[in-house]
Design a binder for this molecule. Structure first.
Ligand code: GLA
Length: 731
């Protein structure tokens, strides 16, 4: 049993393999948060203190006791209206416009298996294998007839607890939800740091760590997508925590639209950590009988440092968010036409690229942007998903057959959520875009966003896409999304405060239908590179293009930052040409290969026909090497051995869960004059065992490796990389 309820104290205890989470419905019916930490027995209500805090903190009318204030007490689901003046999860208005509610505990239910969410992505369970359980805690506001069901999913083996909330109007009048966040952790004391991930196009998920002071630290997105600018992942840890020591808590939002994640140091030195939907342009009316679901947050706790939080996220997302046959299948090594040709290709040049690719062991050709309608640049034709047979020199089926005949799979690029003004679709349905009547819509890459909250728009896209996918043997689809949502007006909506949320429901509905109809297609997410890299998208597609920046050195930081919340199996990473098109840097092809092999969705993004034979030889060798390590990368435990921002060497490691095999890679970022040896210290090996490095044959004792490490070649040059494969010797 992962969930228990004690009738006498009204305490709920949620247990995973190594964590315990506890809350209590107190005598007044308020739900207090007691504990989220190392696994333990017992009853932790003693952590909560009650005192007369000078009467400046509000007290609920029926409690009438100055030592009791929700402004101070740790809470599970803080809401506006009961005296907690901190940042709430929920804020509502009634039909008269009056703010506030008063939610009290009315009951609970414990169910086997993990709950699902209607229309939204969520962690799922394989009930028999996982031992997952669901707790539903019901809170009710009697005046409004507002029912809130707090949903907790306990995944004991994954050391993960998920949270979401169903907010239902069971009353007689309209209720408007102005804020609906999903998860909150209140800490009664502690000295913490917060780790967040900021960035921009082509520089996503830069890690940023700073101490939590008094006041709020908040990141989020108001862009209608999870964004290139901030990642919907936040880690809170002890001020002294390292990768492998100290306590750390993580939240990871299973949603692809706007979000807000916040850590606040409060008046009595408590800390509030919360995550959920952004309030921006959000105001969601519920008529009697209607409901709103606050999307899921995955939470995890580690008392063995920050890397355990990441490893827990990895396992959970890889095995219980990602779905479909590609979840556990090696991904084909691909060559993408974008950085090879941009818009300038023909059927013939693609076949030539595939021919060369096949000789090097590359398994799939992806025809990126430019294959449809009049699309010859990024000014036109989005929305018209008809094959440009003139450009391809024949039908799509003919092209795919020629490529397949070379032993190469075929995939293509789409950006279905968008429309160009210069398109048949826009000329026919100008009202299908998100645009405020009478105001020129803000453009992004010269394109507009289709109103996916409307079923007829989704129907049109579904039909157009199926017509393309059914034409030929399409085995892969790159689903792109290249701008943010500025003008939030749907001609079909009765309330514009619903549109951003309903857009996401519409997108998820469309994706659900497509992945169900094409279970064999490998879908890869993309959004101006890594602008929608989130667990929501990973529910529909197991991999995402990590960034448009393919410079191997910049990528080290991008991938390092991405690894805090997401598994390697989700990271699309390609070797591209040098000098790099974005920053002009030259990096040896061996380093580009080793950096790209950090991702479990490996490939190439350059014109193979232009490469000298020596480089092609190298690629053939790289592909072979990748196949040797790919299952360790895709499924192994990941360790950030050093930081590309702070250390002269960036090193990382994958170890199979049974400890049998490990891969350690390192890139030297800085060199000094003569002779200083850099050491890499692996982790996660089997104590007491010996490991053989496969290329050199050298045998190492695991304990010494994990203590003093091993030296990199002293002569390793700047931007050069090395990879070591270790195998445990079971003698
Ligand atoms: C975005 C993607 C690129 C490429 C182009 C095509 O920028 O991130 O990988 O597909 O669109 O227009």
């Amino acid at each position: 049993m992962s969930i228990s309820f004690d009738d006498s104290t009204r305490v709920f205890t949620l247990s995973t393999r190594s964590t315990t989470y506890q809350m209590q419905a107190d005598p007044y019916g308020f739900l207090l948060h007691l504990y989220y930490g190392a696994r333990t027995d017992g009853y932790m209500a003693y952590l909560v203190t009650y005192a007369d805090r000078s009467g400046m903190c509000g007290c609920p009318y029926d409690v009438h006791d100055r030592t009791y204030s929700l402004d101070v007490l740790p809470q599970e689901f803080p809401f506006q209206g009961a005296g907690d003046m901190r940042s709430p999860l929920l804020s509502v208005r009634d039909a008269s416009g009056a703010f506030g509610c008063d939610l009290r505990y009315v009951g609970y239910e414990i169910r086997p298996g993990k709950y699902g969410l209607p229309g939204l992505p969520a962690v799922y369970s394989d009930d028999e294998a996982d031992g997952a359980e669901t707790l539903v805690v019901r809170l009710r506001d009697a005046r409004l007839g507002l029912m809130v069901e707090l949903l907790y999913g306990v995944m004991p083996e994954l050391d993960v607890i998920t949270r979401a909330a169903r907010i239902k109007n069971e009353g007689a009048g309209r209720i408007t939800i102005d804020r609906a966040q999903s998860a909150c952790l209140d800490f009664v004391h502690g000295e913490f740091d917060v780790i967040s991930f900021y960035g921009r196009h082509a520089m996503e998920r830069m890690p940023d760590r700073h101490p939590v002071g008094h006041g709020s630290f908040s990141v989020g997105s108001r862009r209608g997508m999870s964004s290139n600018q901030y990642s919907p992942v936040l880690v809170l840890c002890d001020h002294t925590a390292t990768e492998s020591t100290g306590r750390a808590w993580g939240m990871n939002f299973v949603y692809s639209g706007g979000f807000e994640a916040q850590v606040t140091g409060e008046q009595f030195d408590q800390t509030r950590f919360q995550m959920g939907l952004s309030d921006d342009r959000f105001s969601y009316p519920l008529e009697p009988g209607e409901e709103l679901v606050a999307p899921e947050v995955i939470m995890t706790y580690s008392d063995a440092g920050i890397e355990r939080v990441s490893q827990n996220f990895h396992r959970c997302i890889r095995t219980r968010v990602c779905r479909g046959m590609w979840r556990d299948t090696p991904r084909p090594v691909l060559i993408n036409s974008w950085e090879a040709f941009y818009f300038d290709f023909t059927g013939e040049s693609l076949v030539k690229l595939a021919e060369k690719a096949s000789k090097l062991g590359i398994e799939m050709l992806v025809m990126d942007d430019g294959w449809f309608s009049t699309r010859r640049d990024d000014l036109r034709a989005l929305g018209d998903w008809t094959v440009n047979e003139g450009k391809l020199g024949g039908t799509l089926a003919e092209l795919v057959e020629r490529v397949n005949a070379l032993g190469v799979k075929f995939g293509l690029w789409v950006e279905p959520e968008m429309v160009s003004e210069d398109s048949e679709l826009y000329r026919e349905h100008p009202d299908w875009v998100l645009a405020v009547p009478g105001k020129g819509p803000v453009l992004g890459r010269d394109q507009l966003v289709l109103d996916l909250s409307r079923p007829e728009v989704r129907e049109n896209l579904f039909a157009q896409l199926c017509a393309v996918f059914d034409q030929a043997n399409i085995e892969y689809v790159k689903w792109d999304y290249n701008r943010s949502i500025v003008d939030t007006y749907s001609r079909a909506s009765n309330d514009q405060g619903k549109v951003l949320y309903d857009y996401m429901l519409g997108l998820y509905d469309l994706l659900d239908r497509l992945v169900a109809r094409y279970p064999k297609i490998l879908f890869e997410g993309c959004s101006a590179g890594g602008g929608r890299f989130d667990a929501g998208m990973l529910y529909y597609m197991p991999q995402i293009w990590t960034s448009d920046n393919t410079d191997a050195i910049n990528r080290l930081t991008i991938q390092y930052g991405t690894s805090f919340g997401f598994p390697a199996s989700a990271m699309g990473a390609h070797v591209s040409a040098c000098p790099n098109e974005i920053n002009g840097r030259d990096v040896p092809i061996s380093t580009r290969g080793i950096a790209a092999m950090q991702g479990g969705a490996f490939g190439y993004e350059l014109d193979l026909l232009e490469l000298p034979e020596r480089a092609c030889e190298h690629i053939r060798e790289q592909v072979r090497r990748y196949h040797e390590i790919e299952s360790i990368v895709r499924e192994g435990l990941f360790f950030r051995l050093s930081s590309p921002k702070q250390d002269p060497v960036c090193a990382w490691e994958y170890v199979t869960e049974d400890g049998l095999r490990a891969v350690v890679s390192a890139v030297r970022l800085e060199v000094e004059g003569y002779g200083v040896a850099s050491y890499v210290v692996p982790r996660g090996l089997t104590p007491g065992a010996r490991y053989r490095e496969l290329d050199s044959g050298v045998v190492y004792p695991a304990d010494a490796l994990m203590d003093m490490g091993f030296p990199l070649p002293v002569t390793l040059e700047a931007n050069a990389a090395v990879m070591y494969r270790f195998e445990r010797m079971d003698d």
